[in-house]
Design a protein around this ligand. Structure first.
Ligand code: AMP
Ligand code: MG
Length: 466
């Protein structure tokens, strides 16, 4: 049994379409996140039961759930689309955890909705397993993120270029409200809805905010912190459209996302990002661009227009100093440095050397505490010069071991896990999941997952997987 309390479904009609999940033929549980279930106050045993699996597959809507597809708009690669919305997901409802925190329970891949456009409303196993592993790794590293409660196989075939096994992901989020949710009402000139949405977001995510400008200030700070986390892990979101930016500050929509193996700031994986708009080093600027779109939506609620534009502009510009401070904090920890150490200079010099030598991002940082970083450089002399300056500041190994994961969900390992999953073997997926959700723990059985890909294993491109 789950006790739902659905605050979003109590908003006015235009916010969503009431639509249930479409049942599937042969649901079976692939993965259940017991740690998350317990954090939410849900019973893992119930979720594993036939009744629980029926809910996770979209075959039964439990009492108290009020399934809806949320409406939103968004800028996709800079081009505005006035209507997107949940085309392959339904929000079952919200639960309030034992500590009082409220969470959305959403099924992704649950069938068509009024927002499906030409899509089939389904997901295949690959993107479901990818999101499950990557979002839970992000959580393990302390990055604000949506989470994965369960993955269920549907027993149905999903047609992309080939026929692939279908799956449904149960996604858990502080909310699924996006910058694009605000844009949906702003482009329609619906100020009453914008005001209602603003009140809802403030009550839910920023109770300390006292109006639309203050809300914007808070969202800017949260996003700056989140993006600094991404940068510190070599994470590339891949599709930072405004409909994929949550106003809660959580990382959302793990589509073509990827972690860098060898470091270069211009790294891009997404097959559709031909111009490198969402490359690793672009992410802070893109976040600012997206936040400017949110600011534009909120200006009509802020009184005198000229004054509102000035205030909103200042608010968005506050991203830079907050991000800079967060970046220094994150990279300071990665280098084990505190206090007056010249973090910026040392981090930038290290990154420049890494880029020049295409050193492995994760292995270099993970190797700083134990002395194996040097071996990641083809020309260690460049590292040695840097390391002498760095050591002079007496780096703290405990700080480094906390900030630098030993293992990340590497692209080639994810693909390996997906390929095995498609042929019915979830062992590699489970092995990878266990290893990356304990990213700081050294264990011999996980050593292989800390290795960089061999030249023949390097993944060049990732796909949205829609
Ligand atoms: P995304 O690229 O995952 O952020 O999705 C962008 C938009 O396309 C959203 O409105 C999705 O709901 C929609 N979409 C993506 N895949 C599908 C699908 N298979 N069926 C229906 N809608 C989809
Ligand atoms: Mg999306």
């Amino acid at each position: 049994m789950i006790h739902f309390d659905n605050s979003y479904a109590r908003l006015p009609d235009g916010f969503f379409a009431r639509v249930g999940p479409t049942p599937v033929t042969a649901p079976s549980l692939l993965a259940l996140n017991e740690a998350l279930a317990s954090r939410l106050g849900l019973e893992a045993d119930w979720l594993r039961s036939p009744e629980g699996i029926a809910m996770l597959a979209g075959n039964a809507v439990p009492d108290g759930a009020e399934p809806i597809a949320q409406a939103y708009a968004g800028h996709q690669f800079g081009g505005f689309v006035p209507q997107l919305g949940d085309g392959r997901a339904v929000l079952l409802g919200e639960v309030v955890a034992p500590d009082g925190a409220r969470f959305d329970i959403q099924l992704k891949g649950s069938g068509k909705t009024p927002f499906s456009r030409r899509g089939d409303g389904r997901a295949w196993l690959g993107p479901v397993l990818r999101e499950y592993v990557v979002s839970e790794f992000m959580h393990a590293m302390g990055v604000p993120t949506t989470r994965a409660l369960a993955a269920v196989a549907t027993g149905e075939t999903v047609w992309r270029e080939d026929g692939l096994p279908g799956a449904v992901l149960t996604r858990v989020a502080a909310s699924h409200i996006r910058v694009g949710t605000f844009q949906f009402f702003a482009v329609r000139g619906n100020e009453a809805a914008l005001a209602a949405l603003t009140d809802h977001v403030i009550a839910r995510h920023y109770p300390q905010a006292n109006g639309p400008l203050s809300l914007l200030d808070h969202v800017v700070v949260r996003q700056a912190e989140t993006i600094a986390h991404w940068m510190a892990l070599g994470f590339i979101h891949g599709v930072m459209n405004t409909d994929n930016m949550a106003v809660s500050g959580e990382t959302i929509d793990y589509g073509p996302c990827a972690f860098m193996d060898s470091y270069h700031p211009d790294t891009v994986f997404s097959s559709i990002d031909r111009a490198g708009r969402y490359a690793w080093a672009q992410q802070p600027q893109v976040a600012v661009w997206n936040l400017a779109q949110l600011a534009t939506c909120l200006i009509p609620l802020m009184g005198d227009r000229d004054a509102a534009i000035d205030a909103a502009t200042r608010s968005v510009h506050a991203f830079a100093p907050v991000y800079q401070a967060a970046w220094l904090r994150r990279f300071g920890e990665k280098l084990g440095l505190t206090g007056a150490a010249p973090v910026q200079d040392l981090a930038e010099r290290l990154l420049i050397a890494m880029a020049r030598q295409r050193a492995d991002f994760t292995r270099v940082f993970a190797g700083l505490a134990g002395g194996s970083a040097r071996a990641e450089f083809a020309d260690p002399a460049e590292f040695d010069v840097w390391a002498a300056d760095w050591q002079a500041h007496r780096p703290d190994p405990a700080l480094m071991r906390h900030a630098n994961p030993l293992r990340i969900p590497r692209n080639h390992r994810i693909e390996e896990a997906i390929a095995a999953g498609v042929s019915g073997d979830l062992t590699p997926f489970r092995h990878l999941f266990a290893a990356v959700t304990h990213p700081r723990e050294a264990r011999a059985e996980w050593d292989d997952l800390a290795l960089a890909p061999e030249p023949g294993q390097v993944v060049q491109q990732t796909f949205c997987g829609t």
